[in-house]
Structure formats: structure tokens, C-alpha cells
Ligand binder design. Structure first.
Ligand code: GLP
Length: 249
């Protein structure tokens, strides 16, 4: 794992956007695995700026997103479809048909999962962007998810429901289930870029970097990935040992 420590959220976002833009500049038809949550919003803002200033075009990329809530219409402002559109897609030149997000709607969610796995095989990712759940989840792969998991339906933990309730006007509206790309597919990306910001992520960061590689901390699987970059702000990195911080960039 390569660890980069940023001064703050702004710098973390700039570094992340730089890494993503570099992938697209080197390979204009790259496949990007994208993430939601508040953490990547700053990086998406930067990418929009790069696009507006003519530095990079997204007209040939394809994107595959990590996850989506079960039961939220795509127009619902809490759905991840809506989030991606409002925070990135509507501001850049990516063709609509190049955007792929799991479908948490319909009667046969298992079929939706299987279809997404087929799609993921067609779009091997050059880079997978990740945030980090306060309990170490990646995508919506909660602690205890087998590392050998494919796209599946998840019962969200109480902690995740509570963490994510801050984004809903009524906490009771937070869906109890989600559909998520599995850990196996996340790890198949050539490069994995995980972002974490804030002291509320410090314990999960510690477990991810210095804990055992264990399904109890899904993000710890990144210790096994050959090209995983963690960009952490100082608060998120605050519980790492000095020896680890000394080796960080
Ligand atoms: C959700 C998403 C994750 C995200 C996590 C952290 O659970 N499914 O992909 O990493 O939230 O969110 P935030 O970045 O808002 O802390």
C-alpha cells in the first residue's frame, strides 16, 4: 500500500483528482470505478475544473459505480444515481450510455446483481476509487463480507445506517439495504485509490493499514493489492504509528 498524507480535505481532493486525471490522460478510454459519499465530492469538483479548463476530456471513458441503495428511484435525491449526476456527470462530457450504476430497483434484485457482474467483466477497471466507511466498509461491503464476494444485496449495519442518516432529512428514510459491487471485483481493478478524511475515520484507517488482513475490516484487503494508494488527510491518519507515517509520502 502506498500512503499519501494530505494536510487537509482540499489537498486530499487535489491529489486524488490528479491521480484520476493522469489515468484518463494516459488512456482516454479508461474505465473508472467511481464512489459516492461526501469524501470524493472535492475530487469530483477538481475533475470538473480540469474538464472546464480543457485539461482533460471524459468523452471516451466508461464508469462503473460501486453501489446503490435498494428501493430508491433514480430521481430520488438520496439515490447514488442522482448523486453521481449532480456531483460529476452533468458537468462533464461523458456520454450517458457510458455510465453504469447498480440497479437497486425491481423485483429480481438477484438478477440485477448477476447482470452487474457480467457488465463488470466487460469493463475491467483501470482505476477504482473508494471511500471508507467508519466501520471499515468499502462500497457497501460491511464487516464480515467474504473477500470472495461478487455483486450482492447487503443488509446495512446499524452503524452505517446511523452514519449515513446525516444526509437524509428524516433518519427513518435511510434504506436498510443496498446493492454493492463485491470485494473480489473491487480488487480486480488495476489501481485502487482510497480516500479518507476526518478523525471519525481514524480507527478504520488504523485497522485497514495496521490491522490483520481480515474480513472484519473489509478495507484491510487492500494490503494484498499490488497497486493500492491511500490518500489520507492528517486527521484520518492520526492513529497510525509513527513508523508508518514516516514511510508515507
Ligand atoms: C457509504 C458508501 C461508501 C462510502 C461511505 C463513506 O456507505 N457506500 O462507498 O465510502 O459511505 O461515506 P463518506 O464519504 O460520506 O464518509
Amino acid at each position: 500500500m502506498k500512503i499519501v498524507i494530505a494536510e487537509n480535505y482540499t489537498q486530499m481532493s487535489e491529489i486524488a483528482a490528479g491521480i484520476i486525471a493522469k489515468v484518463v490522460l494516459e488512456k482516454p478510454d479508461a474505465v473508472l470505478g467511481l464512489a459516492t459519499g461526501t469524501t470524493p465530492i472535492g475530487a469530483y469538483k477538481r475533475l470538473i475544473e480540469y474538464y472546464r479548463s480543457g485539461l482533460v476530456s471524459f468523452s471516451k471513458i466508461n464508469t462503473v459505480n460501486l453501489d446503490e441503495y435498494v428501493g430508491l428511484d433514480f430521481e430520488n435525491d438520496q439515490s447514488y444515481h442522482y448523486f453521481m449526476n449532480e456531483n460529476l456527470f452533468k458537468f462533464i462530457d461523458i456520454p450517458k450510455e457510458n455510465v453504469h450504476i447498480p440497479n437497486g430497483l425491481g423485483k429480481d434484485l438477484k438478477a440485477n446483481c448477476d447482470n452487474y457482474d457480467v457488465l463488470l467483466k466487460t469493463y475491467p477497471r483501470d482505476l477504482q476509487l473508494l471511500g471508507l466507511g467508519g466501520n471499515g466498509h468499502i462500497g457497501f461491503n460491511e464487516p464480515g463480507t467474504p473477500f470472495k464476494s461478487y455483486t450482492h444485496i447487503v443488509d446495512l449495519t446499524e452503524r452505517t445506517i446511523k452514519d449515513n442518516s446525516r444526509l437524509f432529512s428524516d433518519p427513518k428514510d435511510v434504506p436498510k439495504q443496498a446493492i454493492t459491487m463485491g470485494i473480489m471485483e473491487i480488487c480486480r481493478a488495476k489501481k485502487v485509490l482510497l480516500l479518507a478524511s476526518g478523525a471519525n475515520k481514524a480507527d478504520a484507517v488504523f485497522d485497514m493499514v495496521q490491522g490483520d488482513v481480515s474480513e472484519n475490516c473489509p478495507a484491510s484487503v487492500l494490503q494484498l493489492h499490488s497497486d493500492a494508494i491511500l490518500v489520507l488527510d492528517k486527521d484520518a491518519a492520526s492513529k497510525l504509528d509513527k513508523g508508518v507515517l514516516d514511510q508515507a509520502v
